[in-house]
Design a protein around this ligand. Sequence first.
Ligand SMILES: [Zn+2]
Length: 173
Amino acid sequence: MNASTSLSTRLSNNFILNEFTISQVAERHGYKNEPNEKQIENLRLLCVNVLQPLREIIAVSIFINSGFRSFDVNAAVGGKFNSQHLEGKAADFIVPSMNLVDVFNIILQKLLFDQLIYEFGNQPRLDRRVEAGWIHVSWNGELNRKDVMISKKVHGETVYETVKSETLDVRSV
Ligand SMILES: [Zn+2]
């Protein structure tokens, strides 16, 4: 970050940089979680191309669980070594006022993306009022793969399954 960027820097109409850098893990461990200019630009592109268009379709708040991750933060949360969170190209989020499968299907049917993953929807809920899991979405410009997957914990191991249908069935997550 330099003098022209701050945590309140606006990435798009409804998203500011701080939402993508705040991390309880970073705070707990005392790790820095500050993106550089390139990583901030990637976060901006993720907002402009995916999250802001989604926000305009659903017209309700999106809560970012995890956006940019420094090397230390990514390691501490058990992220993959080549995670797109390291580059500021991915975000994990929930939409508290909507069914997440419905949100997933809106992205799948209406938006462009690199990877779209419904993560760990099969985990036990900590709070019955809150849906389990979250949506991971990434943007990689001309390199977008349009991969659609769900991830599950099976006997403690993470398993990814490709979604081939045009609509994710709520029973499959
Ligand atoms: Zn993620």
